[in-house]
Write a protein that binds this ligand. Structure first.
Ligand code: CU
Length: 160
């Protein structure tokens, strides 16, 4: 019924696919953490929702030599990051990629990602039937403070 609305939210290439059996994937609030000069990696974050059960199996971006689906999680009190072979997208359920959780890791960056840049990211989503579709995402680069790396230092903090 609101198919046109869904299609409008899906990236251009997905909307152009003629096979209506393919999973409809909506992407919301896509952003990439802006980098400083010489920084080689960053993360892309967004909310994904697939109409049918599907999996996010790969990602690509022209700004990065390598893009992987990653998960960040506490492991024995240490924050660890690992590559996932795929990320499940349950039917009709929003899956959030956010700092400290799932993310698209963009590595081997070809240049600085500046605040306000538009970063194209292609997601490869595989349906239950094994059919793959590309979902084109335009993520906006945002300079974000990293709260985990900020430490409050009083004047007495540098004593040894
Ligand atoms: Cu990562």
């Amino acid at each position: 019924m609101n198919r046109s609305l869904i299609a409008a939210c899906v990236a251009a290439s997905a909307a152009l696919l003629s096979n209506p059996a393919l999973a409809q994937v909506t992407v919301k609030d896509a952003w990439v953490r802006a980098t400083v000069a010489q920084q080689k990696a960053t993360g892309a974050f967004m909310q994904l929702q697939s109409a049918q059960e599907a999996r996010l199996v790969a990602a690509q971006s022209p700004v990065a030599g390598v893009a992987e689906v990653h998960e960040m999680a506490m492991d024995g009190g240490v924050m660890k990051m690992r590559a996932l072979p795929s990320l499940a997208l349950p039917a009709g359920k929003a899956v959030e990629l956010k700092p400290g959780g799932f993310h698209i890791m963009l590595m081997d960056l070809k240049g600085q990602v500046k605040d306000g840049d538009t970063v194209p990211v292609t997601l490869v989503v595989e349906g239950k039937d094994g059919k793959r579709q590309n979902v084109e995402v335009k993520a906006v680069a945002r300079a974000m403070a990293q709260p985990a790396m900020k430490h409050e230092h009083g004047h007495g903090a540098h004593k040894h």
